[in-house]
Design a protein around this ligand. Structure first.
Ligand SMILES: Nc1ncnc2c1ncn2[C@@H]1O[C@H](COP(=O)(O)OP(=O)(O)OP(=O)(O)O)[C@@H](O)[C@H]1O
Ligand SMILES: [Mg+2]
Length: 505
């Protein structure tokens, strides 16, 4: 790496939000390298990314880009110097078309005179790069699923003429196929001499794509090394400053009575026909590609969307909610996929957000709320300054912990979790997994949707694989492996078929 030219140097970067977030941070980035940034939730990765991209002004620090002083005052200015950031939290605007979203940063300077045809062609090319070539660039972004939104955002980032591309947890909502597309694009950029900063909590990905890795802990860079010399326990030790506690293997549980029975569920166009049952004490996984209909199944069960056909039974009685409030009343909980749009009250504090499921008639009981919020913060090690800190200002992984954690104290007997560990660091992921198993051991019934096969394989007693709105196969613990699960996920897709075939969410 020393042989390739230096692209960017950062010296003495300091930033604080009340408490220090980056402390005297130094970093050197080379052309044509993929540089991984890893660290626990709240370590300062996204803050550094936002500083590099001109979104945030650091309190102190000097940057040189290609030997020249670099101190961008805005995102646009950074992009003009060739530095582009793909944000951790989605920023696709639902009321604009895909084309408008893609070329947002060029507006309004060129928009006025841009011919529609040219724009359309460019947009189609950009979408094609990320495997979305069959979407119409003039449709509104509102109808896209979260994985597709992320791909649109990536397509936009790839359209800029960049020297330094920063990807902040780009694969959080992607499955293996989309991730492969992303990696192909990263390879292409690397070969062209672009430096890619890659922020992720996923070890397999880092190993596949990164040339070097820097570890952040509490806003400091503790080490930088070639990726091939890094081992997983090493990285975790660098991140945490201690050994990772080893976790006991999951114990086989005797299955209880059937709690949730779903027969012939249909939510067109995403869910064609889905039937399964979940027993007390069981963790039931739903696997499949983005767009297979997994999220829509959970939403329909929770009363967030109406289903057209099918029977849903809880403890043998048929239910048909008018709204999620009915589902909550009956003892159901949903941890949604999209924490920004559905999950959290971002301007509100940690306390208000953990207390949320009590809303609807309950009198606020400050003492109880404080108690519960403290329990969530302790149990999942949420990194916050105090319980009134707005959730908007927590790091991505810590927001996720709040969302999962608030069901801790709840009476929910059926818990639906959609991508429960998206964006959380390794220790927190272990804690959330332990929590899911504890909830099962208490006799609750759990349904988990995850795009990570390894997560489902550690957590679940059974895994149902969905493809194009149907369950193609259900596996029991021990009967599965990555190949068989993957094969089942692609079953029913003609080769070359578009996999993003959901009409709306
Ligand atoms: N606007 C803000 N006001 C107050 N604190 C903030 C603000 N933005 C970020 N922080 C705090 O800065 C710290 C670092 O956050 P950052 O988002 O950089 O972490 P991260 O390393 O990206 O974590 P994650 O892996 O969870 O995404 C966090 O403790 C967060 O709460
Ligand atoms: Mg972050």
């Amino acid at each position: 790496m020393e042989s390739t030219p230096v692209l960017l140097q950062a010296h003495g970067v300091c930033h604080r939000f009340g408490t220090p977030v980056l402390r005297n941070f130094d970093l050197t980035l080379h052309r044509g390298e993929v540089h991984a940034l890893v660290g626990g939730n709240g370590a300062g990765k996204s803050t550094l990314a936002r500083i590099l991209a001109g979104i945030l002004r650091p309190d102190a620090g000097v940057f040189e880009l290609d030997g020249q002083r670099y101190s961008p005052g805005s995102r646009r200015e950074a992009e003009a110097r060739g530095v582009t950031l793909m944000l951790q939290e989605l920023s696709v605007l639902p009321t604009l078309t895909l084309a408008e979203n893609l070329f947002l940063h060029e507006l309004p300077s060129r928009w006025g005179i841009l011919r529609r045809r040219t724009l359309r062609e460019r947009a189609t090319r950009a979408l094609d790069r990320v495997g979305l070539g069959e979407l119409d660039p003039e449709t509104l972004a509102a109808g896209l699923g979260i994985g597709e939104q992320q791909l649109v955002e990536l397509a936009g980032a790839l359209e800029t003429d960049c020297r330094l591309l920063i990807l902040d947890e780009p694969t959080a909502a992607l499955t293996s196929r989309e991730t492969a597309l992303l990696f192909a694009q990263i390879e292409r950029l690397r070969a062209a001499g672009v430096c890619v900063v890659y922020i992720s909590h996923r070890w397999e990905e880092l190993q596949r794509i990164a040339d070097r890795v820097s570890v952040l802990r509490d806003g400091e860079r503790v080490v930088t090394m070639p990726m091939r010399e890094a081992t997983y326990p090493d990285l975790v030790r660098w991140m945490a400053g201690r050994e990772l506690e080893s976790r006991p293997p999951p114990r086989p549980r005797p299955p209880g009575e059937v709690v949730l029975r779903v027969t012939g569920l249909r939510v067109p166009p995403a869910v064609q026909e889905v039937s399964f049952e979940v027993r007390a004490g069981e963790v039931f996984g739903l696997s499949g590609l983005v767009g297979a209909g997994r999220t829509e199944v959970l939403r329909a069960l929770f009363g967030a969307d109406r289903f057209q056909d099918g029977i849903v039974e809880l403890w043998g009685s048929r239910v048909d909610w008018d709204s999620p409030a009915d589902a909550v009343e009956a003892g159901m909980a949903l941890v949604p996929e999209d924490r920004k749009a559905q999950g959290l009250l971002l301007p509100e504090g940690v306390r208000a957000n953990t207390a949320l499921p009590h809303l609807g008639g309950w009198l606020a009981d400050l003492e109880r709320e404080n108690h519960e919020a403290t329990a969530v913060v302790d149990r999942l090690a949420v990194r916050c300054d105090h319980l009134e800190q707005p959730v908007r200002t927590l790091s991505g992984g810590n927001q996720q912990k709040v969302m999962v954690g608030r069901w801790l104290a709840r009476e929910a007997r059926v818990v639906l979790l959609d991508e429960p560990t998206r964006g959380v660091d390794v220790p927190a992921r272990e804690r959330i997994h332990a929590l899911v198993r504890e909830l099962a051991e208490e006799g609750r019934a759990l349904v988990v949707v995850s795009s990570e096969l390894s997560e489902l394989m550690t957590l679940c007693d059974r895994i149902a694989v969905m493809s194009a709105g149907r369950i193609t196969q259900t596996f029991r613990a021990g009967d599965w492996d990555v190949e068989r699960l993957t094969e089942a996920a692609f079953r029913g897709h003609a080769p070359g078929n578009r996999i993003h075939d959901r009409g709306s969410e």
